[in-house]
Design a protein. Structure first.
Length: 337
């Protein structure tokens, strides 16, 4: 009995598997089940369809996975990109900051320093040439290229400004030397403003008693009164002309300025010696063609003798200057040649 049951179960199992693989359809005309004939092409098409469907599902799952979960490489690249964006932002901020500072320096250069030193401003085309060329094409460049362009532009501007600053420094040195070289004080102490005996211009000659050109200012003072250099310079010559200027010191101050100190009693400087303004160079005397102890003082600019009265501005107030000019303008007799 047990054997028969197992045989029946095996029969139905085999038959069920066979029925699962074989398909039938019911024909209403003949009222019979007719077996469906499966063609090879149908099997191939069904297989392809199943493959495409499975592939589509797999792609959808893969895309969804990639969107939700990034790979280690993608995560690394994302972090690197964020770091680059941060660095670019910082560099760009630094370039903008440095550009603003440079613009301020350029403005001070143009509006203050060059006006003070009396020189022409830097040519506009030279200062802005690189900037205009690079900016036209900046829209086509990548982010890093734009930054590199801005940095290159900043370097060019800094180079041009450094040249300008070098020039201004040299101008400042020259200006300082120039101011020191301009005669600016009286050659003897004359606080009471009573030492000027004769001024620059046509005066009566003390010996020949004729009107002749007097090329300096005579300061009447006792013999031995100290004489001071009126500007920085170098002792150019020490002369003794007893038929004219007597003992005389000639100083070369540079920039075309020469001063002469005549009718000295004594001096204690040597040719080639460097002298500062206000430094004593000798003593008042009565040597040469002179009728009384005094200092004959001259200023020459580029070889031309000029009125020294206009070069006492360092030690005179406006009122004192007016008095000195008035005294020097008196048409009297000079004290010497």
């Amino acid at each position: 009995m047990g054997l028969k049951c197992s045989n029946v179960a095996a029969f139905f199992s085999t038959h069920a598997k066979t029925m699962a693989r074989i398909k039938y359809y019911f024909d209403t005309e003949s009222s019979e089940y007719i077996r469906v004939q499966t063609r090879t092409i149908d099997v191939v098409i069904n297989a392809i369809g199943l493959f495409l469907f499975s592939s589509g599902i797999a792609m959808i799952i893969l895309v969804a996975y990639s969107l939700i979960i990034k790979s280690p490489k993608e995560s690394r690249l994302t972090n690197e990109l964020k770091e680059m964006e941060f660095n670019y932002s910082e560099l760009n901020r630094s370039v903008v900051y440095l550009t603003e500072i440079l613009n301020q320096i350029e403005n001070r250069d143009e509006q203050i320093y060059r006006i003070v030193f009396g020189t022409e401003p830097v040519n506009y085309i030279v200062r802005h040439r690189a900037r205009s060329v690079e900016k036209l094409n900046s829209k086509r460049l990548k982010v890093i290229d734009i930054l590199n362009t801005e940095v290159d532009e900043l370097k060019k501007k800094l180079y041009i400004e450094s040249l300008s600053q070098d020039e201004l420094f040299q101008l400042s040195v020259n200006k300082e030397n120039l101011y020191a070289a301009i005669p600016a004080i009286q050659p003897i102490s004359n606080k009471q403003l009573d030492a000027i005996a004769s001024g620059f211009g046509l005066r009566v000659h003390p010996v020949y008693k004729v009107i002749r050109m007097h090329f300096g200012i005579d300061f009447a003072a006792p013999i031995g009164t100290p004489i001071y250099a009126t500007a920085d310079g170098e002792i150019n010559s020490i002369e003794e002309k007893f038929d004219t200027y007597g003992k005389m010191i000639v100083m070369d101050h540079g920039y075309g300025y020469i001063t002469r100190y005549a009718h000295l009693q004594e001096f204690f400087v040597r040719v080639g010696q460097k002298i500062k303004r206000g430094e004593q160079i000798g003593f008042v005397g009565n040597t040469g063609l002179s009728t009384a102890p005094h200092l004959h003082y001259e200023i020459l600019i580029n070889g031309k003798q000029i009125d020294p009265v206009h070069y006492f501005f360092n030690d005179l107030t406006p009122k004192e200057y007016e008095k000195v000019v008035e005294l020097a303008s008196i048409k009297n007799q000079s004290l010497g040649n």
